[in-house]
Design a protein around this ligand. Sequence first.
Ligand SMILES: Cc1cc2nc3c(=O)[nH]c(=O)nc-3n(C[C@H](O)[C@H](O)[C@H](O)COP(=O)(O)OP(=O)(O)OC[C@H]3O[C@@H](n4cnc5c(N)ncnc54)[C@H](O)[C@@H]3O)c2cc1C
Ligand code: SF4
Length: 463
Amino acid sequence: MAERNMDPRKTPMPAQPAEVRRHNFQEVALGYTREMAVNEAKRCLQCKNHPCISACPVCIDIPGFIACVAQDDLEGAFAVLSASSALPAVCGRVCPQESQCEGVCVRGIKGESVGIGRLERFVADWHREHSHGKPEKPVANGHRVAVIGAGPSGLTCAGDLAKLGYGVTVFEALHLAGGVLVYGIPEFRLPKAIVQQEIDSLRALGVTIQTDVVIGKTLTVDELFDMGFEAAFIGSGAGLPRFMGIPGESLKGVYSANEYLTRINLMKAYEPGSATPIRKSRSVAVVGGGNVAMDAARCAMRMGAEQVYIVYRRGMAELPARLEEVEHAQEEGIVFHTLVNPVEVLGDEKGWVTGIRCVEMTLGEPDQSGRRRPVVKEGSEFTLDVDTVIIAIGTQPNPLLRQTTEGLETDRHGCIITNGDDGLTTRPNVYAGGDAVTGAATVILAMGAGKRAASAIHRSLSK
Ligand SMILES: Cc1cc2nc3c(=O)[nH]c(=O)nc-3n(C[C@H](O)[C@H](O)[C@H](O)COP(=O)(O)OP(=O)(O)OC[C@H]3O[C@@H](n4cnc5c(N)ncnc54)[C@H](O)[C@@H]3O)c2cc1C
Ligand code: SF4
């Protein structure tokens, strides 16, 4: 048994200094060295009842992989991790660990939890840098499955089915596979080379990825079955942005976070001569408090804005974004106007944004979601002087697939209705999972849904 490290604090994560990183798109957190990882792994108590496992949406054997790291057995650690997680390098970077595994870690009672996410990231990165073998192509079982959408849910479903010998084709609307991992989450949080490598290994397993194919327009679900696919998995996400419905939202200089981030991450709007450029902003208000809002604000800072504000109608304690992203945003100089709600976007005579009129809020009684309802403070109006407004108040699934697929039912939020765990929709042999079913959620939940649907498809087709 490795000697235990009883330091109450996590081994610090090396990072680019805030002053430097706010001007570049390179990764902020630099990752543990091997020594740091072993040192941190020795903080794990190997608890008998291991609450961390139950709090992980895909039940990774967390003490198991950490025990391997503590003994410097990194190949063993990767084997434990990859038994439950298809994208550990991604999850180690973007999972909200503080509200999952790390939130219940026993070391967190008298100090800081074990840095489970940091260790997951270290092991996955180490494996990527040191393993050069390609996965073996499984023997084909003769069945074909179509996957709609190349985000985490679709890619996980495709990978699991390909390993079982299915002929899998993924149809992706955009010109690059990866879903939100490539068009939403910025390079400084999740380098695109990591996502690309995961996609390359799927291709090596025999998965075909057809980009620039919009199911519901280029081809319909019915046509996929006519082409010989025996089952389909819909992992089309929730990419349709919501707006506030306040006056001035159609002024020039108002973006949905989705459009703003896609222009920057996917279309490289920061490069001169980009096909889809973006406004050079001086002062930016981002409305919302989730990961999407933090990403948009931190991108705006890196695009050269002098002032970037987060405008959020609840308090700091209620911000839904990952804690680390909030801390990083604050270090980078982003100003948080919490308990503030916009009521109008203001513009000049040429239709360009000049400001945003806001009211202050207080928190009242809890609403249906259990969170305290924001209430307007009388006579508290004020104006923020900005030339760009980015709306990041949530997204919902695009209605295209429901509109073009007979028998596919959705709920009143546009989310596809399934039978629960298996992901079977109201249309026979059509499964769904990820944000298209739950509404905007997390990478790990999307992956979990893709995994469960893959095993349900396998059970059904191998009958
Ligand atoms: C900016 C941003 C930051 C985020 N940060 C985090 C984070 O830090 N941690 C975290 O856990 N989660 C985060 N999330 C949420 C997370 O990324 C999503 O929950 C997850 O990506 C959902 O996966 P998915 O596979 O369901 O859908 P998506 O990732 O949305 O992928 C769906 C794919 O389907 C394609 N598609 C859609 N319609 C069609 C069609 N008709 N035909 C073909 N293809 C189609 C889309 O182009 C897309 O590529 C973030 C989301 C955003 C937007
Ligand atoms: S709860 Fe924390 S200390 Fe206990 S096994 Fe899990 S990671 Fe280790």
